[in-house]
Design a protein around this ligand. Structure first.
Ligand SMILES: [Cu+2]
Length: 134
């Protein structure tokens, strides 16, 4: 008996379809992401301590990477100061010897100013740069 080749392909195709359906029915769809044990990446925590006094910070430049969790402890060494970062807000205003923490996740790469927003402290030199690298 002569069988049409396209009939053979059709039968093989049906057998494969039944086999795959049976596999999925009994064992479910393979989930490669969980079997590899992948978990979301944890942000890297970068901690800094910056001192401020009239009219300068002891740090002029801090460098982090995009998506880092950044924690900056600001300490005033004399009178009332704070530390503000463009786009990320300010610490509390603190007096000499006191400190306040500013925490944030560095969202976008770029160069951002940090400064004290009391009176004209920024203009008098209380300014620096946060560099967020790609
Ligand atoms: Cu100040």
């Amino acid at each position: 008996m002569r069988v049409n080749p396209s009939t053979v392909y059709l039968i093989v195709g049906i057998i494969i379809a039944i086999a795959v359906s049976a596999f999925v029915y009994y064992w479910g769809v393979p989930n490669y992401t969980t079997t590899k044990g992948l978990t979301p990446e944890q942000p890297i925590l970068r901690s800094f301590t910056i001192h401020g006094s009239s009219y300068e910070f002891d740090t002029s430049r801090i460098v982090v990477k995009k998506d880092d969790a950044v924690k900056i402890e600001f300490i005033s060494d004399d009178t009332s100061h704070n530390l503000c970062i463009e786009g990320y807000g300010c610490t509390q205003l603190v007096s000499g010897g006191a400190s306040s923490v500013l925490s944030f996740v560095a969202k976008d790469a770029g160069i951002y100013s940090f400064y004290c927003n009391v009176d004209s402290h920024r203009q008098q030199g209380m300014e620096g740069q946060l560099i967020v690298e790609q």
